[in-house]
Structures are given as C-alpha cells and as structure tokens.
Design a protein. Structure first.
Length: 177
C-alpha cells in the first residue's frame, strides 16, 4: 500500500490461504466442518489475514457430495496420469483440478505464499491422504491442491502445524520489512 505522503512503499500485510472447513464452514463432503479452535487462527481471523477456500466446492462439487479419493499420486493427477474417483468409480478429476487452479489463483491474486490446509483430504492433505480404497485408511501423500500450490512455491502446512506456520509467516513478514 502506498503511503502517498513520503513516497515510500509498504507492502500490504501478507495473507494466508486456509481450508474453509477449518474455520467452521460446513463444506465437507458430508456437509460438516472441521473447525479448529486455535488462538493463532482466531487472531489471524480477526486481523483479516485469512483467505478461506474449499477447492472442492469452488471446483464445482456440491455439498454434500460423494467422497473422492486419489487413485495414485497428486503429482500424477496434475499430469493427467492418475484420477480422482468416487467409490462408484466415477471420474471426478476435473473438479479437483479446477479447485486447485482456483486456490492457486487466489494465492496469486493476494500474493499469498503460505497455506494451512486440512490434513488427509484428497484436495488439501499435506503429509497424508486417503489411500484410494474408500476404507478410511491413510497413506503418506498430498492432495491435488496442495501439490499444485507447492509446485508454485507456496508453503503448505496442516492444521497440526499452526505454530510452525506462524513461525514461517512471522519470519517472512520480517524479511519483507
Ligand atoms: Fe475442507 Fe479442503 Fe475438503 Fe474443502 S476440500 S472440505 S477445504 S479439506
């Protein structure tokens, strides 16, 4: 934001992309949220720093919706080698790609370099995701949105790493001042 008085330029406070379900928005496949009660998140929310997104909803899927799981890796989904399917083997990859692209667009629009996304999700997972068998099992991996953001230089943390995210966010802010 330009001060207009001194001619100096101060960057607008950085923002953080966050999974909407972590803020209590009922956007999950089952119509529920995954609200996280955390003082840092509450502070950031009150400061207007958080930019919520649900990639699956912005990608065109309804609430509620059939659960999707990655059949392979998120990296392979982005290159067209693997798909995201429902338990009935319906290919819903296009919605996940569209949602990931929308999340990236938000990051570019707001100059966002950090995201806090819901663990285990085929869109938002950052260290584990469902294993593709629709049996509530998890394997190491990442969601489609997470992979796309990381490929574009955005640091992705889970809701279990909010203190680490704060350290990174604060150090980034100091670097920019
Ligand atoms: Fe939450 Fe991400 Fe799933 Fe949307 S896609 S409900 S934001 S975990």
């Amino acid at each position: 934001m330009k001060t207009g008085l001194t001619g100096s330029v101060a960057e607008s406070p950085s923002k953080i992309l966050i999974s909407a379900c972590l803020l209590g928005q009922p956007v999950r496949y089952d119509g529920q949220s995954k609200h996280v009660d955390n003082a840092t998140l509450e502070l950031w929310k009150n400061e207007g720093i958080l930019v919520p997104v649900c990639p699956e909803v912005s990608g065109g899927l309804p609430v509620p919706r059939p659960a999707g799981e990655i059949q392979g890796t998120a990296a392979d989904v982005l290159t067209g080698v693997a798909q995201v399917t429902t338990a009935k083997n319906e290919d819903i990859t296009r919605f996940y790609l569209c949602g990931a692209q929308h999340a990236l667009s938000l990051c570019l629009q707001h100059n966002i370099r950090i995201a806090i996304l819901k663990e285990n999700s085929p869109s938002c997972g950052s260290t584990t995701v469902t294993d593709g068998s629709f049996s509530h099992k998890f394997i190491p991996g990442e969601g489609v949105t997470t992979r796309m953001l990381r490929q574009n230089g955005i640091r992705v943390f889970s809701e279990n790493e909010i203190s680490e995210a704060k350290t990174y966010f604060d150090s980034s802010a100091e670097t920019n001042t």
